[in-house]
Design a protein around this ligand. Structure first.
Ligand SMILES: Cc1cc2nc3c(=O)[nH]c(=O)nc-3n(C[C@H](O)[C@H](O)[C@H](O)COP(=O)(O)OP(=O)(O)OC[C@H]3O[C@@H](n4cnc5c(N)ncnc54)[C@H](O)[C@@H]3O)c2cc1C
Length: 572
C-alpha cells in the first residue's frame, strides 16, 4: 500500500525551472504554501547544474541592444515556428531574472568597469549571454537553492523516482513515486502540479546530457492523457567533444573560437558568410555534417568523424578566465590542452524544443497542472532554440508558473482526492509485473540499441526511408522489451528497476519523435529532410500535437501565433 503525503503544490523536478517556481511560491506566500519537491537524484544534481555558456537577457539598451531585437533573433532562430506572444513576454521578463539572481548573490562575470559581462552567442545580434565563467547553471542552481533554504515550507523528496501522474475528471489527483532508500511507493497529492522534469537528451547515444535526462515527465504526461507539442524538433549542438559527447559550450565560439575542416579551412564561410561560427546551431550542425559526409572531416573512433574547434588564438588568459571548465574537461578526458591544440567536435544531441503543450502562462489544458522548463513547449523556441534562451526560459517560466499557481491556490481550498484503485493498479504494474520480469532480454541492451537507432535514424539530416526504418526497429525493440529481466529483485536503491522504467519512457518518446518527424514533410530549423529540403509555410506553419488514446498515438495540429514578424527567408 502506497504511503500518502499531501501538500499544496507538487513540483516534479528540481532543476532551474522547479527551483525558480518553488522560490516564487515561497516568496509570494512568505513561506506559507506547502511544497513537495520531487527529484529522482539528489536535489542539486539536476542537469541544470551542467549549463555552461550563459543566460540570455537584454541588459544593455543604452549600448544598442533592445527587447525587440532579442525577440526578433529568437523568432528568426526558431525558423518562424515560435509563438511570438510567448517570445515577447519572455524577452521582457528575462532581464528581471538576471537582476533578481544578482540580488540574491549570484557571482556573474564582470567587465573591467565592474558591470555584468555578456558574451556573444549563436544567432544573437548582440552579446547577451550573461554568465558566471562557463559554470553558469551551477551558480544559478546554487543561488536558487540557497535562497530556498531560508524557507521551511518545502519537503525534499529527492532520490524519489516518479512513475505515474494520476488525472481523473480533468484534475490532477496525485503522483506516484518510488522512494529509492526504502523502495516504498509514495502517493504525493496536491491542489496543483508543476511538471519541471527536464529534457530528453538521452534518447540518443551521443549526447551532452546527464544519464538521468530520459524524458520521464513527457512520457508520464502522455500516458496520463496530456498533449505533447513539436517533439520532432530535437536540437543538435555543433560542438560535442569526441568521443564522449561532453558539451564544448557555444561560449567557446562566443569568445572567438573557430571551426575548421581537415584542410584547415574555416568552412562556415561557405554556409553563413556573415555570422560564421555564430550562426544558429541548426545551421552549423548541418554544415559540419556536410563537411564530414563529403570527406572533409577527420576520421574519429567508432565512426565519430569530427571537425576542429580551435581556441588557440584566444590565448591562455582568456581561456583560463572565460572557459576554465572547457580546459579542465579536455585535459581530463583527452589529455588535450586547448591553449596548444584544437579540440575534436561534432554535432551532438542537445535539447528538446518540443514538450508538454502549455499556454503563455505555463498552464496546460488541465485546470491544476502547469509545466515549465525544458519539459514544456510554450512554444518559445519553435523549430530551433538559440543558445542561452533555455536557462532564461527556466527562470522566466518557472517564475510565471509559480506566480500562476499561487493565484490559483487563493481560490482552491481543498485538495482533490485520488481514487485508491488507480494507485493499486500502478503499484501492481511496477512491483508485480516489472519487478518480477524474468525474460531473456537485457534491458540495458535495449536502451543502448534504442540510442543507436536514434543516432542513426533521427539525426541532423532525415528522410522518409531512414525514419520509417527507425520506426520499424523501435517496434521490434518494444516487443523485445516485454521479455526483459529485472535482475535486482530487492526494493532498496533498485536502480535496475528505475532504468527499466526510464527505458519504457524512452521507447514511447522515440516513437513519438520519429512519427512526428515523418509526418512533417518540410525542413524547418533542426528538422532537416533530404526528401523535403525546403520550408513549407503554406502547409507546415503549424505546431504538431500528439496524444495517446487507447494506446494509439494520435496527431493534431494548431496554428503558430504571429504578432509582428511574418516568415521570411532565414539568412545569416
Ligand atoms: C551540458 C549542458 C550545457 C548547457 N548549457 C546551457 C547554457 O549555457 N545556456 C542555456 O540556456 N541552456 C543550456 N543548456 C540547456 C539547459 O541547461 C537545460 O535546458 C535546462 O537547465 C533544463 O532545466 P529544467 O529545470 O527544465 O530541467 P533539469 O535541470 O534537467 O531538471 C530535471 C529535474 O527533473 C527530475 N526528474 C526527471 N525525471 C524524474 C522522475 N522520473 N522522477 C523524479 N524526478 C525526475 C530530475 O531529477 C531533475 O531534478 C545546457 C544543457 C546541457 C546538457
Amino acid at each position: 500500500m502506497a504511503i500518502e503525503r499531501i501538500h499544496d503544490v507538487v513540483i516534479l523536478g528540481t532543476g532551474l525551472a522547479g527551483l525558480r517556481a518553488a522560490m516564487e511560491l515561497s516568496l509570494k506566500s512568505n513561506g506559507e504554501i506547502d511544497i513537495a519537491m520531487i527529484s529522482k537524484v539528489q536535489i542539486m544534481r539536476a542537469h541544470s547544474g551542467c549549463a555552461e555558456g550563459g543566460t540570455g537577457a537584454v541588459l544593455r539598451e543604452s549600448e544598442g541592444d533592445s527587447l525587440e531585437l532579442h525577440a526578433w533573433d529568437t523568432v528568426k532562430g526558431s525558423d518562424f515556428l515560435a509563438d511570438q506572444d510567448v517570445v515577447e513576454r519572455f524577452v521582457e521578463l528575462s532581464p528581471k531574472e538576471i537582476l533578481l539572481l544578482e540580488h540574491y548573490g549570484l557571482p556573474w562575470s564582470r567587465r573591467e568597469d565592474g558591470r555584468i559581462y555578456q558574451r556573444p552567442f549563436g544567432g544573437h545580434s548582440f552579446p547577451r549571454a550573461t554568465m558566471a565563467a562557463d559554470k553558469t547553471g551551477f551558480m544559478e542552481m546554487q543561488t536558487l537553492y540557497d535562497t530556498l533554504t531560508q524557507f521551511s515550507n518545502w519537503t525534499n523528496y529527492h532520490e524519489c523516482f516518479a512513475t505515474d501522474i494520476i488525472i481523473e475528471d480533468g484534475l490532477f489527483r496525485g503522483i506516484t513515486v518510488i522512494e529509492a532508500k526504502t523502495g516504498q511507493c509514495l502517493l504525493i497529492r496536491g491542489k496543483a502540479l508543476l511538471i519541471a522534469s527536464g529534457g530528453t537528451g538521452c534518447l540518443y547515444g551521443f549526447t551532452t546530457y546527464s544519464q538521468t535526462v530520459t524524458g520521464d515527465g513527457q512520457a508520464l504526461a502522455l500516458r496520463a492523457g496530456m498533449t505533447l507539442e513539436d517533439v520532432e524538433f530535437l536540437q543538435f549542438h555543433p560542438t560535442g567533444l569526441v568521443p564522449s559527447g561532453i558539451l564544448m559550450t557555444e561560449g567557446c565560439r562566443g569568445e572567438g573560437g573557430t571551426l575548421a575542416n581537415k584542410d584547415g579551412e574555416r568552412f562556415m564561410a561557405n554556409y553563413a558568410k556573415e555570422k560564421m561560427e555564430l550562426a544558429p546551431r541548426d545551421i552549423i550542425s548541418r554544415a559540419e555534417t556536410t563537411e564530414i559526409l563529403e570527406g572533409r572531416g577527420f576520421e574519429g573512433p567508432d565512426g565519430l568523424d569530427y571537425v576542429h574547434l580551435d581556441l588557440r588564438h584566444l590565448g591562455a588568459e582568456t581561456i583560463n578566465k572565460r572557459l576554465p571548465l572547457i580546459r579542465e574537461v579536455t585535459m581530463k578526458f583527452l589529455g588535450l590542452d586547448p591553449i596548444l591544440e584544437p579540440i575534436p567536435v561534432r554535432p551532438v544531441s542537445h535539447y528538446a524544443m518540443g514538450g508538454i503543450e502549455t499556454d503563455i502562462n505555463a498552464h496546460t489544458r488541465f485546470e491544476n497542472i502547469w509545466a515549465a522548463g525544458e519539459v514544456a513547449c510554450g512554444s518559445l523556441h519553435g523549430a530551433n532554440r538559440l543558445g542561452t534562451n533555455s536557462t532564461a526560459e527556466c527562470l522566466v517560466f518557472g517564475a510565471v508558473a509559480g506566480h500562476e499557481i499561487a493565484q490559483y491556490l487563493k481560490k482552491k481550498k481543498t485538495c482533490p482526492d485520488c481514487p485508491a484503485q488507480r494507485v493499486d493498479t500502478i503499484e501492481k504494474e511496477i512491483f508485480d509485473d516489472f519487478l518480477k520480469r524474468n525474460g531473456k532480454e537485457n534491458p540495458y541492451e535495449i536502451r543502448r540499441q534504442l540510442q543507436v537507432i536514434m543516432d542513426r535514424h533521427a539525426g541532423v539530416y532525415r528522410d522518409a526511408a531512414e525514419m520509417q526504418a527507425g520506426l520499424n526497429k523501435i517496434a521490434q525493440l518494444r516487443e523485445r522489451f516485454k521479455q526483459i529481466a529485472v535482475k535486482d529483485k530487492g526494493r532498496v536503491y533498485n536502480s535496475n528497476l528505475f532504468n527499466v522504467l526510464e527505458t519504457r519512457n524512452m521507447l514511447i518518446l522515440a516513437q513519438v519523435l520519429l512519427m512526428s518527424a515523418l509526418k512533417r514533410e518540410e525542413s524547418r530549423g533542426a528538422h532537416s529532410r533530404r526528401d523535403f529540403p525546403k520550408r513549407d509555410d503554406e502547409q507546415w506553419l503549424k505546431h504538431t500535437l500528439v496524444t495517446l488514446q487507447d494506446g494509439e498515438i494520435k496527431f493534431d495540429y494548431k496554428p503558430v501565433t504571429i504578432t509582428k514578424w511574418q516568415p521570411v527567408e532565414r539568412k545569416y
